[in-house]
Design a protein around this ligand. Sequence first.
Ligand code: ZN
Length: 247
Amino acid sequence: MRYLILSDIHANWEALQAVAEAASSDGYDEILCCGDIVGYGADPNPCVDWVRRNAKITVRGNHDKVAVGLEDLEWFNPAAQASAQWTSEALSAENQAWLQALPRGPIPVTDFQILHGSPADEDEYVIQLAEAAVAGPYLDTRVSFFGHTHIQGGFLYQRGVPRRIQPVGAGKDRLEYELDPDLFYLINPGSIGQPRDRDPRAAWAIYIPEARLVIYRRTTYDVRSAQHKIIAARLPNILAHRLAAGR
Ligand code: ZN
């Protein structure tokens, strides 16, 4: 079984299309989505339509919640607030209802699980090793996929102590990462629509449980078109600029 793991699409249709195409040529059986389909980008409806049609399981992200009124705007910075307001007006009634009904992670898949933020709290960020250490005891399965940080990689745990996984480097578009059956893993496929690890390429992953293999991937896409749409929609300019920098 080959799972295509997607996270933090953030209404970036150009990035999602490029990843869908690359993933089709790699081959996969089922799609899992770790949340934040909307927010920041200018194409919330095409992205939600695509995930609704294609993903087997999706957990909600904080931007999905805010866009459909399940969470207050007050924790967002001004650019995120403006995009959340714009997104909630742009979303079709059908897509609003679908986002509203998304489950909170973690959600078990088979013997692994998917979630958005931390296994302890869907809205918490797991970026630093100290945060990974706090999250560790909440991991119910040996392998978990998460998002929220927009940083590809994640953590492995040896006797409860986390270490960072180094993902795909510059100049490469894939990294095959073998999992040790005795360890725990909190794996981040990275962000499709707004990478923040200084690599502007869309980030995603394939998971093959039988082979104990995660394939981290990066895919170039038409950043310019995504930026133009953000500016044409009168969303904050920063949301366009940061796509080119990958941060
Ligand atoms: Zn996000």
